[in-house]
Design a protein around this ligand. Structure first.
Ligand code: GDG
Length: 473
């Protein structure tokens, strides 16, 4: 249980992320509790945080509120305040309206607004200041993701004694796209403050190295950058992973097995159940995927009496205009498909705009015959790995976009180009009709990959490399 005791003001290991890994629970009597929010990062860092005097620096989720550092579940949490206007400009604006679309191949048009950038600089400086205040002499600091790309250099300026790592969870774009950004050099310089810059796939690291050479005229040798101030910075890939064992065991549990059977029953016991699980985001390729499925029924390839598609689309960034538009488009598309080709008791698509507990997700993964993961661009995509981890019987098929980072590791998936609707239609059918033997062969290889490269492996690969770099090496 949480206590709001003030924590020590020092830590030898500090994670810095936009959000703290907790959600606030407000009780009817007005008292406040914090609950650890489930997520890969918390699971990955928890063991490391407990071994060291770990602290986590991040925003606590409410606007215009200053909170003192506090302990929760043995984790030292350091809240960074954000004003309502900063949430609009730094978070919804520069992070999700500029960087997110720019780094995902400009699928949506990035907005370039000077006041968004100014807020981004200001907020990054605040994160750096808070971190500098909690990190012990010589501490290891691990900065997370696109919202905080200026923090490494800002932090180094304040605290040259620190060992600083940075990991980007989303793609790092091709140089031609990155160069649209009016503040491209500042971002590169911000990242170069780190000793180690980590990416999901090696293509991202290569894009970064090229830009650093071309724009900042820094020397590089393989994955090393010699900076003009005489430091060495490493740029490498660390494909993020999941807690495969935990998910495997959850999916194999009795209650989840029962729930999976119940889900299929409630859907009218279809012969084939297709499943999609995504944040409702334009990068995830939801529209083309559902269109492909709808056409397969329309043109008679699939029988509406025998198949079902469940699409979970978790609400996301609902104050950003592009996300509102996507939500409307999804409502319209699903309504049209179900209206045109549905039968009584047989809507071809069950569309769930909601968020579910972990065990319900495991039950869905377990229930699905064909998992459909077709992002237009995705740093990694954990859903693909989660599905694999839940298939203890080596059955089921994963249809996976070539443009997800996960496609580099899950080579035995049924790979598709998510822009090619006909190609997707063919692949859905191929995945569905493949022999049990072929499916098992593919699934076995993918399960081994996911089990052997789990989240602990990911965190220690990064931290081991970070430990070998920097001024202390
Ligand atoms: C970014 C990058 C990269 C979804 N709905 C529910 C739910 N989820 C969980 C999934 C999965 C996670 O959310 C989504 O992770 P993804 O990797 O699929 O995608 P992003 O959110 O875009 O994540 C991505 C990732 O960072 C990590 O580096 O892989 O490329 O874009 O774990 O299971 N979980 C629960 N209920 C839901 O309704 N409990």
């Amino acid at each position: 249980t949480p206590d709001s005791a003030k924590s020590k003001a020092t830590a030898s290991f500090v994670v810095v992320a936009n959000r703290l890994p907790v959600d606030r629970i407000e009780h009817p009597d007005g008292s406040v509790d914090w609950r650890t929010s489930p997520g890969g990062l918390v699971t990955a860092f928890e063991p490391v945080m407990r071994r060291h005097d770990g602290a986590w620096v991040g925003w606590h989720g409410a606007p215009d509120e200053e909170l003192e550092p506090f302990d929760n579940d043995g984790l030292q949490l350091v809240p960074v305040p954000l004003a309502a206007q900063e949430i609009e400009d730094y978070y919804e604006g520069f992070s999700n309206g500029t960087l997110w679309p720019l780094y995902h191949d400009v699928i949506a048009t990035p907005g370039f607004h000077r006041e968004w950038w100014e807020a981004y600089v200001l907020v990054n400086q605040r994160f750096a200041d808070r971190t500098a205040a909690v990190a012990e002499q010589g501490a290891v600091v691990w900065v997370q993701d696109y919202q905080l790309q200026l923090v490494p250099a800002m932090l180094r300026k304040l605290r040259p004694d620190l060992r600083i790592g940075f990991f980007l969870h989303i793609p790092f774009p091709p140089t031609e796209l990155f160069q649209q950004l009016p503040w491209r050099d500042q971002i590169l310089e911000g990242l170069l403050g780190a000793d180690l810059v980590g990416f999901q796939v090696s293509g991202g690291a290569q894009n970064f190295l090229r830009l650093v050479r071309a724009r900042l005229r820094q020397e590089t040798h393989r994955d090393e950058i010699r900076t003009s101030d005489g430091r060495t910075v490493l740029a490498r890939s660390y494909p993020i992973a999941i807690d495969a064992k935990e998910l495997n065991d959850l999916a194999a549990s009795e209650p989840v097995a029962t729930r999976a059977a119940e889900i299929r029953h409630d859907l009218g016991d279809p012969d084939v159940l297709f499943l999609g699980v995504d944040r409702l985001d334009y990068t995830k390729g939801l529209l083309a995927r559902l269109e492909a499925f709808g056409e397969l029924i329309e043109d008679g390839t699939l029988d509406v009496e025998k198949v079902a598609f469940v699409q979970v689309a978790t609400p996301s960034r609902e104050r950003v205009e592009e996300y509102r538009q996507l939500r409307d488009e999804m409502d319209r598309l699903v309504g049209r498909i179900n209206g045109d080709i549905g039968r009584i008791g047989r809507p071809p698509i069950t569309y769930l705009h909601a968020s579910y507990p972990r065990d319900e997700m495991a039950a869905l993964y377990r229930a699905a015959d064909v998992m459909v993961v077709t992002p237009l661009r995705d740093g990694m995509n954990l859903v693909a790995k989660e599905y694999v981890a839940c298939r203890q019987a080596d059955d089921g098929a994963l249809v996976l976009s070539e443009f997800a980072g996960a496609a580099r590791e899950l080579r035995q998936a049924y790979l598709v180009n998510p822009y090619d609707v006909n190609g997707m239609k063919d692949k859905l059918i191929e995945a569905m009709n493949d022999s049990a033997r072929n499916k098992a062969r593919r699934m076995k290889v993918m399960r081994r990959q996911v089990a052997e490269h789990d989240i602990d492996h990911w965190a220690s690969a990064f931290l081991d490399d970070l430990g070998r770099t920097g001024p202390h090496a």
